[in-house]
Design a protein around this ligand. Structure first.
Ligand code: ATP
Length: 446
C-alpha cells in the first residue's frame, strides 16, 4: 500500500456515509466504497478505522438486496476537497437510471454523537421515514448530498452512527468490469477446504447442500465475500479460493453481519408496525399447518394479541415448526409483513427458540399393570379387557407421547441466512474489541 495512504495529518476527522447507489441491475455500494478508497490514495488522508458495512432492517420493502450501507472514517487536511470527490464518485457510479436514490452524509468529528447512534439503532429494526432523515440532517446541521428522493440518506446517517456491540469482518473481492454479469467460476472444493481449515470464517460453504455460499449470483461487481471473526482469517481465506478468474482487488469491511442484532429488541404486540423486526415471546395457540408451497403457519398469543407466524421452506426448519403444539412457549424472531388483501399481518420467522414444551397427551386404552400390555376395548361403553389375563378396566386413560422437539434454538440452514442472521457457530460469541491495524492489507488493488 502506498505510504501516503497512512500519512498522519493533524486535522479534521471526517465520517463519510453513503447508500442506495445500486439497483438490481448493477453496481454495489461496497464497490463504490472500494473505488472511493482507491481514489483517496492520491489524497493526504489517514484511515482511522476499517470501512464499515452496516446491514439495516432486512424487512423494509424497497431494499435492493441486503439493505447494506457503508461509512468511512478518515483524517484529512482538506475535507472540502474530499467531499467534492466523494460526491463526484457517487454521481458518476450510482445506477441512477435503474432507480438508485443515493444519499451521502459528511460528519466532521472524531466522536459520533448519540443522536446518530439512536437513528442508526432505529433503522436496524424499524421503518424510518425520509422526512425524519432530512429533519435529522437539518437539526444537527449535518452536511449531505442526495440525488432522487433521498432515500439513501437513511442508510448514510445510520452507517456513520452505528455503534457495535458485536462485529464481524467481510473481505469483498471485486471483478474486472468486463466480467460484470458473467458467471463466476469458483472451485467449490477450494471453498470447502478453506472453510474447514479456517474455522474463524463462516457461511462460505453449505456442507449439507454442497453449495458455495460466498459468491453472489447477480450482475454486481462482487466476485466473492468471505466473512469471519477477524481480519487475519478473511485475508488468509481469500488466498485459498481458487478460480480461473482473477479479481481486481479487495477491501475488508467491519460489519454487523452475522450478529443477529436486528432481532435484539422485544416487539410491542400492542403496537406492531409493519416491516419492523424483533422478537416476541408467546404461547402457541393452535396446531401449525403446512400450506401449499411448503411453508408452515401457526399463531402465538402474547398479552391477549394473536400473532400469525410463517416459517418458509428454504429455512429448513418447517418440520420443527410443524412439531409445535398448542401451549408451547416460544420466542420467535423475525420481521412483520404488512397485512394485504390476501394475507393477514404475519411475522416471517427468522428463528424460534422453544422455552417450554407442553406435554402431549392423547387418550389411550388402559394398561394392564400385571402384563404391561394395553387392554382391548370390549365395544362401545363396555370397558376394556386384557387379552392375556382377563383383567378389566372401565375407563380410557391419557398417555403422554414423547415430543419431537427440544427446548432449544432453531435457526435456518446457512443457505437461507440473511446477512444479519447469527450463524450457529457464532452463538455465544461476541466480538467487542476491535483494533484498526494499519499495516494489515485491508485494501488492495492487485
Ligand atoms: P445492497 O445490499 O446491494 O447494497 P441494498 O439492499 O442496500 O443494496 P439499497 O439500494 O441501498 O439496497 O436500498 C435500501 C434503501 O433503504 C436505502 O435507500 C436506505 O437508505 C434505505 N433504508 C435503510 N434502512 C431503512 C429503514 N430502516 N427504514 C427506511 N429506509 C431504510
Amino acid at each position: 500500500m502506498p505510504e501516503q495512504f497512512f500519512h498522519l495529518v493533524e486535522d479534521t476527522v471526517l465520517n463519510i456515509g453513503f447508500d442506495d447507489t445500486d439497483s438490481p441491475k448493477g453496481m454495489c455500494t461496497t464497490y463504490l466504497a472500494y473505488k472511493i478508497v482507491d481514489s483517496l490514495k492520491k489524497e493526504k488522508v489517514e484511515f482511522i478505522d476499517y470501512p464499515k458495512l452496516i446491514r439495516f432492517n432486512p424487512n423494509i420493502p424497497w431494499k435492493t438486496r441486503g439493505n447494506g450501507a457503508v461509512s468511512l472514517k478518515i483524517r484529512t487536511s482538506s475535507p472540502e476537497k474530499i467531499k467534492k470527490k466523494v460526491i463526484r464518485f457517487v454521481t458518476k457510479f450510482s445506477d441512477l437510471k435503474n432507480g438508485a436514490n443515493p444519499g451521502v452524509v459528511f460528519f466532521e468529528s472524531k466522536a459520533v454523537p448519540d443522536q446518530f447512534t439512536k437513528f442508526s439503532r432505529d433503522a436496524l429494526w424499524q421503518l424510518v421515514s425520509r422526512s425524519r432523515a432530512k429533519k435529522f440532517l437539518a437539526e444537527n446541521n449535518v452536511d449531505s448530498f442526495h440525488i432522487g428522493n433521498g432515500q439513501g440518506l437513511i442508510g448514510a446517517i445510520g452507517a456513520i452512527g452505528y455503534k457495535f456491540d458485536d462485529h464481524t469482518y467481510e473481505l469483498l473481492s471485486y471483478r474486472k468490469r468486463s466480467k460484470f454479469g458473467t458467471k463466476r467460476n469458483i472451485v467449490a472444493s477450494s471453498v470447502k477446504q478453506m472453510q474447514e481449515s479456517l474455522p474463524k470464517t463462516f457461511n462460505s460453504y453449505d456442507t449439507k447442500k454442497q453449495k458455495v455460499l460466498l459468491a453472489p449470483r447477480g450482475p454486481d461487481p462482487v466476485f466473492f465475500g468471505v466473512r469471519g471473526e477477524n481480519v487475519d482469517s478473511v485475508l488468509s481465506a481469500s488466498k485459498m479460493i481458487k478460480s480461473d478468474e482473477k479479481p481486481v482487488g479487495h477491501m475488508v469491511f467491519k460489519s454487523n453481519q452475522g450478529t443477529g442484532d436486528h432481532l435484539l429488541n422485544q416487539l410491542d404486540v400492542l403496537s406492531l408496525k409493519p416491516y419492523s423486526s424483533g422478537v416476541i415471546t408467546g404461547t402457541v395457540l393452535d396446531e401449525p399447518e403446512m400450506k401449499l408451497g411448503g411453508y408452515v403457519m401457526f399463531s402465538i398469543l402474547k398479552q391477549g394479541v394473536k400473532v400469525n407466524c410463517a416459517v418458509y421452506k428454504p429455512t429448513g426448519i418447517t418440520q420443527n415448526a410443524l412439531n409445535l403444539i398448542k401451549g408451547d412457549v416460544i420466542r420467535v424472531g423475525g420481521g412483520l409483513r404488512k397485512a394485504s388483501k390476501n394475507h393477514t399481518r404475519t411475522l416471517n420467522v427468522e428463528f424460534f427458540q422453544v422455552l417450554k414444551l407442553q406435554e402431549r397427551k392423547v387418550p389411550a386404552n388402559p394398561l394392564c399393570t400385571r402384563c404391561n400390555k394395553r387392554m382391548k376395548s370390549k365395544g362401545r361403553s363396555q370397558g376394556f379387557e386384557c387379552v392375556k389375563c382377563g383383567r378389566k378396566k372401565t375407563k380410557k386413560v391419557t398417555m403422554t407421547i414423547p415430543r419431537n422437539l427440544q427446548k432449544r434454538l432453531y435457526i435456518p440452514q446457512s443457505s437461507a441466512h440473511r446477512h444479519l442472521t447469527r450463524p450457529q457457530q457464532r452463538i455465544g460469541i461476541t466480538n467487542k474489541e476491535s483494533k484498526f491495524d494499519k499495516k494489515i492489507p485491508w485494501f488492495s488493488v492487485y
